[in-house]
Write a protein that binds this ligand. Structure first.
Ligand code: FAD
Length: 480
């Protein structure tokens, strides 16, 4: 039966001391993807597990301000803007003429609500006890949970720290959550700005820039780095920038922002650049990195020292320098994805309780949910060139695929990189509709050490985007 409990005592004056009831095999801090999977994995091994999560944030950043709301927002934009349909019905086509923030948030709220219920139910079914409040270490094996209702003291044999991150702020950037906001505040905006400055062209900055651009907002993207998405295939990035420019996005790359402010007289926000330029807009999204939440855990009590941005250093088993304390998810840094966080959390628990496991290197897929979507797995051309590894490529353009045409995506493409002698697949890079879904076909072949002959010799459903693998394999093999 359900055992999800919220055991923080009801009155602030009462303190629950650690007794046998409050002793756990594993205590997990944070209920985001890493924390959830660490907890459930240990519970399935019949361990007594507690998760500590702040009030009203079960599911973590992933469910409340990150992956789920931003990706639902994106789906709502794609649907309501009719962007995909414009290939057929003309550039002016939109399903809804005046799209409001409420139209977009409505869908995000619905999905978030359901996700929270799913997570609660999974924890309950697996008999994981959830404490609502702020966790901090008191000593090596003792943790305090505090909330406005009171305190509880828990004892743990092991700990998994999965406390995640928050948007990095700068004291000089006057974030007010209305005209100048961070990625946590996008969904609280009351109305869509007509023009948006985005500071930071990392994944989050680029994703939101493309979503607002798809809504017809005039977006200017600023970043001090001269290139974006360095880990992606260069041709894919070029295509992304080209398609975003077609949506009216202006890029100012290699430009350092020295100050941001609000000009009350003109009712405009501005960003001043080191080069002397000033960019004006109706609103500004500040998306310059994230800061780990480890500073709130009183790590001094256990002698664990994070790095400058609060990240925790772990080994390949997600174990910190303190042997009974593990860390997983965004708090340990790159790649800081929900997908990898889940697996890290699960593997941390596996290691604690003696079940070996690891994430195979070079087989992690990356999904960048810009409009258009990007996904990749394996090596890039630039990595192979740097390492002096010969390769051949094969390309399938969505415009040549019946399904690509049906979906109205005539810009997308899939690139296979393979060894010209052994024909072994080395990498898959896709930009276009459903890239993050179909990349997994390539991931499976890569993981199993397969060759591009597999794609050549396999019958794919028709019409599908998956067929791109066959077209690209034939293209590549014809070059040999
Ligand atoms: C805008 C945005 C879009 C994203 N899109 C994607 C995407 O499309 N795909 C993808 O894979 N990833 C995406 N990510 C990244 C993804 O959300 C994170 O990688 C993932 O949420 C990290 O999981 P986590 O378990 O490490 O931590 P989190 O999800 O950050 O959860 C940590 C939890 O710990 C709790 N906590 C922290 N300190 C304490 C404490 N002292 N006491 C109690 N509780 C505490 C917090 O309240 C929080 O709920 C996105 C992120 C953002 C911001």
């Amino acid at each position: 039966m359900a055992t999800l409990t919220h055991e923080v005592p009801a009155t602030a004056s009462r303190r629950a001391e650690a007794g046998s009831n409050n002793a756990y095999d594993l205590i997990v801090v944070g209920s985001g993807p890493a924390g959830q999977k660490a907890a459930i994995c240990a519970a399935k091994m019949r361990k007594k597990v507690a998760v500590i999560e702040r009030k009203r944030t079960i599911g973590g950043v992933c469910v409340h301000t990150g992956t789920i709301p931003s990706k639902t927002f994106r789906e709502a934009i794609l649907y309501l803007s009719g962007l995909r349909q414009r290939t057929f019905y003309g550039r002016g086509y939109a399903l809804k003429e005046q799209i409001s923030m409420q139209d977009l948030i409505f869908r995000s709220d619905a999905v978030m609500g359901r996700e929270i219920e799913v997570i609660k139910s999974q924890l309950r079914r697996n008999r994981v006890t959830v404490y609502e409040g702020n966790a901090r270490f008191l000593d090596d094996h003792t943790m305090e949970v505090s909330s406005e209702e009171g305190y509880a003291t828990l004892r743990g044999s092991y700990f998994v720290i999965a406390c995640g991150t928050r948007p990095a702020h700068d004291a000089e950037i006057p974030i007010d959550g209305k005209r100048i906001f961070d990625s946590d505040q996008v969904h609280d905006l009351e109305e869509l700005p007509r023009e948006l400055i985005v500071v930071g062209a990392g994944i989050i900055g680029l994703e939101y820039a493309s979503m607002f651009a798809a809504l017809g907002v005039k977006v200017t993207l600023l970043d001090q780095r001269p290139n974006v998405l360095e880990f992606c295939d260069h041709e894919i990035v070029e295509s992304l920038l080209f398609q975003l420019r077609q949506l009216g996005t202006v890029f100012r790359l290699g430009e350092k922002v020295v100050s941001v402010g609000f000009d009350a007289e003109r009712d405009r926000v501005f960003a001043k650049l080191e080069s002397g330029k000033t960019v004006h807009g109706a609103a500004l999204l500040y998306a310059v990195g994230r800061q780990a939440n480890s500073d709130q855990l009183n790590l001094e009590a256990i002698g664990l020292v994070p790095d400058g941005r609060g990240k925790l250093i772990v080994d390949e088993n997600f174990q910190t320098a303190i042997p009974h304390v593990y860390a997983a998810g965004d708090v340990i840094g790159f790649p800081a994805l929900a997908s990898t966080s889940m697996e890290q959390g699960r593997l941390a628990s596996c290691h604690i309780f003696g079940v070996p496991g690891s994430i195979p290197p070079n087989q992690i897929p990356y999904g960048v949910y810009t409009i258009p979507e990007i996904s990749m797995v394996g090596a890039t051309e630039q990595q192979l060139t740097r390492d002096k590894i010969p390769y051949e490529i094969g390309i399938a353009r969505y415009a040549e695929l019946a399904k690509g045409q049906m979906l109205g995506d005539d810009q997308g493409f899939l690139k296979l990189i393979f060894d010209p002698v052994s024909l072994k697949l080395l990498g898959v890079h896709i930009i276009g509709d459903r890239a993050a879904e179909i990349v997994h076909i390539g991931q499976a072949v890569l993981a199993l050490g397969g060759t591009v002959e597999y794609f050549r010799d396999t019958v794919f459903n028709y019409p599908t985007l998956a067929e791109a693998f066959k077209v690209a394999a034939l293209d590549g093999l014809n070059k040999l």
